[in-house]
Design a binder for this molecule. Structure first.
Ligand code: EPZ
Length: 420
């Protein structure tokens, strides 16, 4: 297995180009299951999760090439509807094939994704919505069996909780349903917005885009003529690099980024004493002279994102005073805490709230990545710690960060990928 070796403390400088958003590309790839044409997705991030999902679609019969971030894909040859365990277990977002397969073929068998390190990750809201649209759902031997022989029918659905992939799954199912679907309490993440925009541009009557209520008039089973498009920038990758500037006390610029997708993150960095200048496509962070402690609560978009919690917890270890960080979305998303404590951080955990007593120096050590965003938090802390840090199990990182060490090396970080 690979690990990253990082020498700290380090200063960064220069510009980093942000990749396409993993969490936009994943549902957009499954959306192609609704299309009868070949299409091109540019700015597709070449990260492990994307390759895993493409492998799954290939197993179903789709053909594709991914070359220099341009995905050319054709699902008209799909002739299977089983998403099997060996792929789904490695990438739970595979559940995003459920809605499109069910809508297009009238049946599908998708392995239950199971939980992951950060939480149990149920899919009950996805399944309840499909049943409301007329599907019969049974769970047997670890698989979701969904059937809707006459196709799905429009329904009025209120999500009990805001779910990002749940909203995406049901929007895709509704696009081919018979009649009108009204979805209430939808996720408003930019990734969901882009999915809705591509559906609209591909001829689907969808309104309420960007709001918590979506109305979709389905095609009654007819597949769509899907447009070519460019995947939006990855706001979480961008936020991670902003934190890299903040934690190393460096001025760096991010290119190909949508600053308007990061308002809550920018606000917190500015509260901590950083300054951020933006243009239409760039963000430049000027570090705080002295980082101030912060209070943050993770919530659904546009509030502070849970996917930035670990990175800010790492940053808070350098901020004077006590920072209070509350994780409201996932039940086990503080595994980076014990690893940061190995670097010398003074953190107290109490249920879903971490109190970070910042200002004590960090010292390099061996640490272990536990999940995607926790891994990036360890890399950030390692760049501020005195000495050598080895971050193990970085296959977690490779799931969602494209060329992380190359991008950081180009900014001046002393980081290299080694073999255990
Ligand atoms: C998406 O996961 C993202 N993944 C996650 O990013 C992100 O952390 C999460 O949204 C929240 O923003 C992708 O987009 C591929 P949810 P998702 O359904 O859709 C509960 C990363 O690091 N819930 O919005 O699985 C659930 O337990 C990943 O890139 C139900 O109870 O998250 C959680 O408490 C990690 N029943 C809350 O809703 C359901 O049927 C939000 O989950 C579905 C969800």
């Amino acid at each position: 297995m690979d690990y990253l070796q990082i020498q700290g403390p380090t200063k960064l400088s220069g510009t980093v180009t942000i990749s396409g958003a993993k969490n936009a590309a994943l549902p957009l790839i499954t959306l192609t299951l609704l299309a009868h044409n070949q299409l091109k997705m540019s700015n597709t991030p070449e990260v492990a999760d994307i390759k895993t999902l493409l492998k799954l679609l290939g197993n179903l019969g789709a053909t594709y090439t991914l070359d220099n971030h341009l995905l050319t894909i054709d699902t008209s040859t799909v002739n299977h509807t089983m998403a099997n365990y060996d792929i789904v277990k490695t990438m739970r977002a595979s559940i995003l094939v459920l809605g499109p397969l069910l809508a297009r073929f009238g049946h599908c068998e998708v392995s239950l994704p199971g939980g992951c390190a950060i939480g149990q990750r149920p899919i009950d809201l996805h399944l309840k919505a499909m049943e409301a649209m007329g599907a019969t759902i049974t769970i047997h031997a670890g698989y979701v069996h969904a059937v809707a022989p006459e196709g799905l029918k429009g329904a009025h659905i209120i999500f009990d909780k805001i779910t990002v992939t749940g909203t995406a799954n049901v929007v895709m199912a509704a696009a081919l349903a018979h009649g009108k679907t009204v979805l209430v309490n939808c996720a408003k993440e930019p990734e969901v917005v882009q999915l809705c925009e591509i559906l609209r541009d591909s001829g689907i009557d969808i309104s309420g885009i960007g709001t918590s209520e979506l109305t979709i008039i389905g095609t009654g089973g007819k597949t769509i003529d899907m447009v070519d498009f460019e995947v939006i920038p990855d706001r979480i990758e961008a936020g991670t690099y902003l934190c890299a500037g903040a934690i190393t006390g460096s001025t760096i610029t991010l290119d190909k980024v949508r600053a308007d997708h990061l308002d809550a993150v920018t606000a917190k960095l500015e509260q901590m004493g950083c300054k951020i200048d933006t243009t239409d496509t760039t963000m430049t962070i000027h570090p705080a002279t002295k980082l101030k402690h912060v209070e943050l609560v993770t919530q659904e978009y546009p509030a502070f994102p849970t996917d930035m919690q670990a990175q800010f917890l790492a940053l808070a270890t350098l901020a004077e005073g006590a920072s209070i960080i509350e994780e409201r979305l996932f039940e086990n998303r503080f595994m980076h805490v014990s690893e940061l404590q190995r670097l010398g951080a003074d953190i107290k955990l109490n249920g879903h709230t971490a109190t970070v007593f910042g200002g004590t120096p960090l010292f390099g050590a061996d640490v272990m990545a536990t999940d995607l965003r926790a891994s990036s938090a360890l890399v950030l802390a390692a760049m501020a710690a005195e000495g050598t840090t080895n971050v193990h199990r970085i296959y977690h990182l490779d799931r969602g960060y494209e060329n992380l060490e190359q991008k950081l090396q180009a900014l001046g970080a002393k980081i290299e990928r080694l073999k255990e």
